[in-house]
Every structure is written in C-alpha cells, then in structure tokens.
Design a protein around this ligand. Structure first.
Ligand SMILES: Cc1ncc(COP(=O)(O)O)c(C=O)c1O
Length: 636
C-alpha cells in the first residue's frame, strides 16, 4: 500500500527528486517568461554580445566556483531530513511548501505592505486564518472577537510580540483614566471612571479593554472634546512615556510580573529584557513533572497578590522545548476567572500544529475517542482539554518552521482579538501611503501592526501552499502529526525491553511520560550512585550522536540532542521514581540536574527500515544505544 505521506517530502533518498526537479524547472522557466513578457518591446538591458566576453564569462565562473564551494561546505550540514536524525525540532521539509518558497523567492515579495506584495500579503493573512481556525478561534470579521494571525521570523519574535501586545492592552485603561482626568472629559458607557483604581483597571479582560478602545475611538472622532482627549491619551500611554515614567505615575507597576512555568523557553527572558520589564520580573512557577497546572499557577498568583504585584501576562507552554510536555491550558483559563485581567499567552511554538489531530474538516473539535483510535495512549484527557482551551488564550505562538515542516524563518503569532493590533499601530508615510482603512482590509498593511518590518512573502507562500495541499485537520495535515506521535509511542513501548537489553551495563529511565512526540531518556551505568558521574557518562554517550565539526556526517550512525532537567522541575514522587529506576542518589545529589538524551521524533520514516528484513530506524537506534553504552562502560 502506498504510504499516504510519501508524495509530500523530497525523501531521505531524494525519492521525489524527479517531481521536484521537473516542477522547479517548470516554475523557474515560468518565472523567466513572466520577466520577458513584462515589457517585451524593451531591449534587454544586458547586451547579448556582452555575454560572450571574457570578463562576463569570468563573472559567471566566479559565481559558479563560489556556489560549488558553498555546496561542498554544506555537505557537512546536519542531515536533518533523514530518519537517522532524532535530534532538534527539524526534519525533512514538506515538498509543496519548499517549492513554493523557492519559487516565490524569485518574485521577492515583501509582506510589509500589500503595495509591494499584493499576492503574498493575502496569503499570509489566509495562513493566519488557517492557524486561528486550527486553534479553534473565530475568524468571522462580522463578529467580535475576530482572530488574526501573521507570520514572524520565528517563535522568539512571536513571543516578544505577544508580550508587547499584552503590555499595550493591559496598560491602556490606566492611560485612558489619566487622559480623561487631565482633559476633564469621560467617555460614556465604559468601565473607566474618575474613581477607577489601577487595580480595578488592571482586572479588566482583554476583550473589555479592546471594546473600550473602540468606543474611545468613536468618541474621539465624534465628540467636540474628542481630539483633545485623543492627544492626551496618546501622551499618557506607556508607548509614549516609556515604562519608567509610566511606572512613576503608577507605582504598583514597578514590579509588573510575567508568570511562566519553570520549563519556559529562554526567549521569555529576552522578551522581558527587550521590553524593559526586567528579566528579574519573570516569575518562574515550579512545575511537578514538567507541566504547569492550575493549582501551581493559582498558588503563584496568590503569592503575587499578597505582594501587591500586578500580573501582566501568564504564559502556558503547549509543547515544552526540552521535554515536549503540555501545560494544562484549560486550568490556566479557569484560574483567569479567579484572577481576572492577565493576558493569557500560549507558547505553542513546538506543539502548535498538534491541534490538527483534533479538528475535523469543518474545524470542529473531535471527541477524545475519535482522536484516540489511531494511538495507544495519546491523547490523555488532560491533553484533549488543553487543546480545546487554546481557543480561549489571548494569543498563541505557533512555529510553522517546526511541526509545520517549512524552511526556517517562519514563526506565527495568532491573536484571538485582532483589535489589539490597533493599539500598536505605527505610521510611516513612505510605506503606508494611505490612512488606515476602516474595515478589516486595513490589516493588509501588515507592517503598520506587527513588530517586524520587511518580511519574506516567500515564507507565507510556503505555509499557504502546504496548508492548501494538506489542510490543517485530522485527515490531512494531522496524518503527519499522527505518524510522529505513533513513533513516539513505539519508542516508549520499546523502553521496557531496552532496559533489559541495557541491564548488563546500565539503567534507563523515561523521566516524563511524553504528551506528544518528544521523548527524553536518562542513562546511568550500573553501580554508580553519583548524579555528576551519571551526567558525565550521558555527555560521553551523547558525543557519539552529536555533530563534530570537521568530521564527515556520514561517520555518524544517528544524530540526537540533549538537555539537562533541573532537579527542582521534578516533583517529589517523580524524583524518587527516577532515582529508584536509575539507582541514583537524588536525596543528597552532587549535581543540580539530570542529563537527558532528547529525541524529537518528527521524521515520518522513523518506523521504516533501512533495508529488507532489517529493523526499523527506531529499533536500530535502540540497538545503537545498547552498543554505545556497552562500549563506553567497557572502556571505562
Ligand atoms: C516553546 C518554544 N518557544 C519558543 C521557541 C523559540 O522559537 P524560535 O527558535 O523559532 O525563535 C522555541 C524553540 O525551540 C520553543 O520550543
């Protein structure tokens, strides 16, 4: 039976090269004809005779030489396309998107604004709608809130932008109250009154703030005091004053907190520094088994409330970078009812495409049983609920360049209520030559509303074509994710016998039951109780599957990745279990963390075998591990 995923990747052996080459050539020629037919009456600016001169040929030769040098050097690249690669969050690329990206680059559209990218800006906004629907958000422009998604260069920038939007919207009511007081004009029917305190205003939810900002806009254009209020409001906002002056006026904001799980990606520290919020105000909540739940969050928020520290945003992670675990987003949503006001962002840079497994062709959420029939364990009830709750987040980061299988340079931010973008609108008369339009067409001037400026339209084309060929639902894109999760289950099921295979030399443990498609393993040589020694052994083991600069990649059998889990990420029970399984002293540890081999199981052919009668790549990897552990122990 034909593998349904086979037509969609170039393949470890370049199996689809014929299609790839032919289509690319056809589309490159098509592009050249487009150039020629633009104004065929014009003389070509490059004289044909020149093309036969020595200087000209020399130019071509130098180009060719350098390109060959480049591609020769690139042969030492990491072979992330291959099922022998189980390392970082990258794999073979989806062929439709790859071709779309290569070909669109020839047209070089800049998605900063529709004037310079009339086609690909539309594609980017459509990709945003596709992602928003996948997350369960409404994209109906006739109903508030209407979601909007757009592409970024990656997850880091999407996270930066989310925090920027959170700050903008959460502090807006405070500025409005200051402006109304200064002008002596109060906008009717909004929850901002002369007596409103900072704390009351900070308890307003995102939709309330954004509805308020719409009413204020109407007042500012319709009321005789409007222009004066508008000027005062602009002057009173944090965007104008800067955080230091704003906090002088609102002293409770001096230690404005952003709450993240201890497993959060390091980009959150960068975001805090960048926005002037201070990395020291990133409140990292301890997690039990690398998952944040409602109780942990609630305890952290209660503590901050006692300290009278307002919370700007809470971040949940849907797919932690190091362990692939998913936070209980539904519980975070629930906690927001008791601690109203915070901006809820979900960092789903890694797990963002998993919801394709949960959505039918109409975008409806499938019941857990319907998803479960393709798997042995996935999805747990908790994971199903966490997925359903993504729609309630104020913003979500999704990385197409991870589980969306497109080339790097494609992250995405989806906001549940696009009105928030109006609050960050930035004018630039040379780019945005007409005033913002009133209806939803205005977001086509993307650069006016998003953090980045010039943006590759080619990335939008790649995502768009992929999502058209494989719509973001269970029966299409979901099949790729299903394969990945099934591979993970396969490896997890293999662990008990792998433990036996390793028993003469070492002990093995899975520190966290995987929630999806990333699994970590910890190894300790027999007889060792020292955490530090186990970690040193793990490092040596990892070196056998790490890229060594200067060494041909063909010498490696497998590629992996690694991380270290701090012991305080492990709950007491987990810690005791892992200590017992590995026979390690975790009560009086001589190191802070435990070294882990980390496997992102993205490649769709990990369960295929390298040859007839040979075991699958996953199985071969297990054999490889046993051989390496044996060799390391015996050489010690
Ligand atoms: C959860 C999470 N957030 C953010 C990022 C940052 O994404 P990028 O590397 O695309 O900037 C990553 C990257 O691995 C991630 O796993």
């Amino acid at each position: 039976m034909t593998d349904p995923l086979a037509p969609f990747f170039l393949g470890a052996y370049g199996e689809n090269n014929d299609f790839f080459e032919k289509t690319l050539l056809e589309l490159v020629r098509d592009h050249v004809y487009w150039r020629r037919n633009f104004h065929p009456e014009d003389e070509p600016p490059i004289d044909t005779h020149d093309q036969y001169t020595r200087a000209y040929l020399d130019g071509l030769a130098r180009t060719r030489h350098e390109l060959h040098q480049l591609t020769a050097a690139l042969k030492r690249s990491v072979p992330s396309f291959h099922p022998r690669y189980l390392g970082h969050m990258v794999s073979d690329l989806l062929l439709p998107g790859l071709i779309a990206q290569l070909v669109t680059t020839l047209y070089n559209p800049n998605n900063i604004v529709e004037d310079v990218a009339p086609i690909t800006v539309q594609l980017e906004l459509e990709v945003g709608r596709q992602l928003a629907r996948m997350l369960g958000m409404s994209v109906d422009p006739n109903h508030e809130p209407c979601a909007l998604g757009h592409l970024t260069s990656g997850g880091t920038v999407a996270n930066d932008e989310a925090l920027w939007l959170a700050r903008c919207s959460r502090l807006y009511p405070l500025a409005l109250r200051d402006a109304c007081a200064a002008v002596g004009a109060w906008v009717p029917d909004i929850p901002v009154h002369p007596g409103s305190t900072d704390l009351e205003l900070l308890a307003l939810g995102a939709d309330e703030v954004l509805a308020m900002s719409r009413r204020v806009a109407v007042f500012c254009t319709g009321d005789p005091r409007g222009p004066e209020l508008f000027a005062a409001l602009t002057a009173a906002r944090v965007e104008e004053l800067g955080l230091a002056t704003f906090a002088d006026r609102h002293p409770s904001l001096k230690r404005l907190a952003v709450v993240v799980p201890a497993t959060a990606h390091y980009s959150w520290y960068k975001a805090m520094k960048l926005l002037g919020l201070g990395a020291g105000n990133l409140v990292s909540v301890p997690v039990d088994d690398a998952r944040l739940d409602g109780a942990e969050l609630e305890a952290a928020l209660a503590g901050l409330r006692r300290e009278e520290r307002p919370v700007l945003a809470v971040v949940g992670v849907y797919g932690t970078t190091e362990f692939g675990t998913l936070d209980s987003i539904h519980e975070l949503v629930e906690v927001r009812q008791r601690f109203p006001g915070f901006w809820l962002h979900v960092d789903a840079a890694w797990g963002g495409y998993l919801p394709t497994l949960f959505r039918d062709r109409h975008g409806d959420l499938l019941p857990r049983e319907a998803v479960r029939k393709d798997f042995r364990y996935f999805p747990s009830e908790r994971v199903h609920q966490a997925t359903a709750a993504l729609a309630e987040a104020d913003s979500v980061t999704v990385d197409p360049h991870k589980l969306g299988f497109v080339p790097f340079g494609a992250g995405a931010l989806v906001v549940r209520n696009r009105r928030v973008l109006d609050l960050v609108q930035q004018e630039a008369p040379y780019v945005f030559t007409s005033p913002p339009e009133e209806d939803d067409r205005r977001y086509r001037a993307l650069g006016r509303y998003v953090l980045e400026g010039s943006k590759p339209g080619a990335a939008a084309a790649a995502c768009y074509v992929n999502h058209r060929v494989l719509p973001l639902d269970h029966d299409h894109f979901g099949r790729i994710l299903a394969r990945s999760v099934q591979t993970c289950e396969h490896l997890v099921d293999r662990v008990p016998s792998l433990k036996q295979d390793l028993a003469p030399w070492a002990r093995l443990s899975i520190p966290f039951e995987p929630d999806c498609n990333l699994v970590c393993l910890a190894v300790n040589p027999n007889g060792n109780r020292s955490l530090r020694a186990a970690n040193a052994f793990g490092h040596r083991l990892f070196e056998t599957m790490d890229v060594q600069p200067g060494q041909p990649v063909q010498l490696k059998e497998f590629f992996g990745s690694c991380t270290t889990v701090p012991l305080d990420h492990l709950g007491a029970a987990e810690r005791a279990r892992i200590g017992e399984e590995l026979q390690l002293d975790v009560d009086t540890p001589d190191d802070d963390g435990l070294f882990l081999l980390r496997h992102t199981l993205m490649n769709p052919w990990l369960q295929a075998s390298p040859g007839p009668g040979e075991p699958s790549y996953v199985e071969a990897y297990c054999h490889f591990l046993v051989r390496q552990v044996k060799a390391l122990v015996e050489s010690a």
